[in-house]
Design a protein around this ligand. Structure first.
Ligand code: BDP
Length: 714
């Protein structure tokens, strides 16, 4: 048997031979690359003791089985003992189940583990994985497996991890008919028609993947909500999902349509202060909890983009949120109330409206409400400043909403490492309590002592075999979970771990792919929206450039509203002389961003109108700088494709080719962005393209008339 293994390893790495469609995500449990590595882990993995009995323990046992089968390619039978006198080398048990001798060895450290946390400690030749809860134990097991997947040493392991954020949720914008709003990886994975009777294996694999990165909640329906999901027909189905997810520590949340009392039961009003409406929500909550005893609560989009809300009754967002919060309170439920509230009839700059509306309500929400705020004040643009509400609501818990699906960032076919963008936001200083008051500290509750903390990611998952369309979209899902667990996590490490677990531990591959990944974000910003440009995507589907988008029903959905280009200048004056959106930030920032000279070029046109021939800190005029950045973006995309091409043969051909093919799309679309934006803005600047910037392939007419039918995700 040994011989067979050796000869197999010596000839060719089996990983390269096998087709790989990416379904297994980062839980590939790739075979050990050589006999020495296999031998190193063998003794441990062949001697595991798992103590305790619960559905989550069953999940742990299964995961160990799957991973060991993968690591040894089925050549080792997983032998997991539940005997506490066993001489296992890996012990996995809650602290209360550990033999006393181990507990004594761990001593004080045990007290440092919180509810969902875990400790992995190498002690006297054994590895102990312990926790206070079943879910902590599951997270600890995944952490140990990650260590092995990334080929970490076992001796000396000493990892104590507690999640810094309590609510770590995916938000699915999935409709009951299985289309996905802003979804680019096929249809919704929730097959409502087959539920509750059929629990698809994909739901289980979804739960495994989420648990492996610490995600503990899923809001399964679109924020543009359909009230039907609150009817018995759908509650029964949602309950089946909740049952499937429970052992993995994942709670179900539903989106609540604000006027559901009217839609479902013909109430004459949905006024949150009307006693009939309040009674309706209470009864509805009671009903929901009868189906799903650990139902997480509601996610609500109100008074935004046509969704009904408290405005319809001249009530505040707090009035609305509190009515729903009171209904779920007796059962331990919460309400995530979105701050994405704006209206085309409100005359102020769109990016100011959420702050204007919510800031005065600070402290007016029930203690089981958390306000969910998008990372920036506009709408998931390639680059935005952090939302000014962060730091401005000391008495109301705020949670982050990131968009994992790339509505405005090339959708499924562009490789852009979203974690780089998220890190930029998380590390931004709000100055709410002086220097160092980062967004990350707002979110983890340490800045304002929030009782609830949370982070939500708008999911990029669909029925595509690889879940996310682009294989690298999996990295964004993975990184989201990691940053929700700990917003201070290092993005380079996250990227590296993901690459190793997903593709290969070959250092040449990992280093090059990591380099591509970490440069991808800036590259995309350059070829789409350099210098603080924003919202210049095509109308409605947001795929591709559309700086010419103007007119129509809503000014705040056009590009011209945001870039305001004319013969003299371009940009949105948001200083005191303009919309004064700047006024919503701390004085420290007002100083920096109030003056075009000190505003970083990344945000120049976000805050200022700048004349085309203005000299910038780079020594170039604004026009030349813009053109050069678009060119740099294109060159960056080409560089990514070339670097990737060098990796052929280092991973399986199937995924290599898929990514290659998408990189070709990315390069073409980067050129499309550059050419069309420069032709369009060039009409205003009236200046020639600077040296080094390639001539557009077509004329402006061509781009203006370029249309595609049935772009996905609307
Ligand atoms: C925008 C999307 C829209 C969403 C909305 C939201 O274009 O489809 O419904 O955000 O977050 O980005 O509610």
């Amino acid at each position: 048997m040994y011989k067979i293994v050796i000869s197999f390893f010596l000839f060719i790495s089996p990983v390269l031979l096998k087709a790989n469609d990416g379904y297994k995500l980062w839980l590939q449990y790739l075979p050990f690359e050589n006999i020495a590595v296999a031998d190193y882990y063998r003794d441990y993995l062949e001697n595991i003791t798992l103590l305790g009995n619960s559905p989550t323990h069953e999940v742990i046992r299964k995961e160990l089985g799957i991973s060991i089968t993968g690591f040894f390619e089925g050549r080792t039978t997983p032998n997991i003992s539940s005997d506490n006198t066993n001489s296992g080398l890996i012990w996995i048990a809650k602290a209360e189940d550990l033999p006393e001798s181990f507990r004594n060895l761990l001593g004080e450290r045990l007290n440092e583990i919180n509810d969902e946390g875990y400790l992995i400690k190498y002690i006297q030749g054994k590895i102990l994985v312990t926790s206070n809860s079943d879910f902590g134990l599951l997270y600890g097991t995944f952490a140990l497996l990650k260590n092995i997947q990334t080929r970490g040493k076992l001796e000396g392991l000493d990892i104590l991890e507690n999640p810094k954020i309590k609510l770590r949720l995916l938000n699915h914008w999935d409709n009951l008919n299985r289309t996905v709003e802003r979804g680019y990886a096929g249809f919704s994975i929730w097959n409502w028609h087959r539920l509750p009777h059929h629990i698809d294996q994909q739901y289980i694999d979804y739960a495994r993947a989420n648990a492996s990165i610490g995600i503990n909640g899923a809001s399964v329906t679109n924020v543009n909500a359909n009230a039907l999901v609150l009817t018995p027909e759908y509650l029964e189905k949602a309950a089946a999902l909740a049952d499937a997810f429970r052992p993995y520590g994942i709670k179900i949340y539903l989106t609540a349509r604000f006027n559901a009392p009217m839609m479902l039961d013909n109430l004459p009003t949905a006024d949150p202060l009307d006693p009939r409406v309040q009674a309706w929500w209470k009864k509805k909550a009671e009903e929901i909890y009868s189906y799903i005893p650990d139902f997480g609560g509601f996610l609500v989009k109100a008074d935004s983009e046509g969704q009904p809300g408290p405005h319809n009754y001249s009530r505040t967002q707090a009035d609305g949120a509190n009515t729903l919060a009171d209904a779920v309170k007796p059962y331990g439920g919460i309400v995530m109330w979105r701050a994405f509230v704006y209206n085309e009839k409100t005359p102020t700059d769109r990016i100011k409206q959420a702050y204007d509306e919510f800031k005065p309500l600070d402290g007016k929400f029930r203690d089981n409400v958390i306000v969910q705020v998008k990372n920036g004040p506009l709408d998931f643009q390639p680059r935005e400043l952090f939302h000014p509400l962060f730091g401005a609501m000391p008495n109301t818990p705020l949670m982050m909403e990131f968009q994992v699906t790339k509505e405005y960032l090339g959708q499924e076919s562009h490789w852009v490492n979203l974690a780089s963008m998220w890190e930029e936001i998380l590390q931004s200083d709000t100055y709410a309590k002086g220097k160092g008051s980062t967004v990350s500290k707002v979110l983890d509750g340490s800045l304002h002592q929030y009782n609830l903390t949370g982070m939500a990611g708008v999911s990029n998952i669909g029925t595509d075999r690889n879940w996310t369309g682009h294989h690298t979209g999996q990295a964004d899902w993975y990184a989201f979970g990691k940053l929700a667990w700990n917003p201070e996590s290092n993005v380079g490490e996250i990227t590296e771990d993901w690459l190793k677990m997903t593709f290969s531990n070959d250092p040449d591959f990992v280093n090059s792919a990591k380099n591509i990944s970490l440069k991808s974000y800036e590259t995309l910003v350059n070829y789409m929206t350099p210098l603080g440009l924003h919202h210049i995507m095509a109308r409605s589907h947001h795929w591709g450039p559309g700086p010419w988008v103007t007119g129509g029903g809503r000014d705040d959905w056009t590009a011209t509203y945001y870039h305001r280009a004319d013969k003299n200048a371009i940009g949105f004056d948001r200083t005191e002389n303009g919309s004064n959106a700047l006024g919503q930030y701390a004085p420290e920032w007002k100083k920096v961003w109030g003056d075009p000279e000190t505003t970083p070029l990344e945000f120049l046109l976000w805050f200022h109108r700048v004349s085309w021939n203005q000299k910038l800190s780079t020594g170039n005029t604004l026009w030349d700088e813009m053109a050069m950045r678009y060119q740099q973006g294109v060159e960056g995309a080409r560089w990514m494709a070339n670097e990737w091409a060098k990796l052929e043969g280092k991973i399986d051909q199937e995924r290599y080719s898929h990514i290659s093919s998408f990189l070709n799309i990315q390069v073409k679309e980067a050129e499309w962005w550059r050419d069309s934006c420069l032709l369009y803005f060039g009409q205003f600047s009236g200046r020639p393209l600077p040296k080094g910037v390639e001539k557009p392939k077509h004329d402006l007419e061509y781009y203006l008339n370029f249309k595609r039918n049935f772009v996905p995700g609307i």
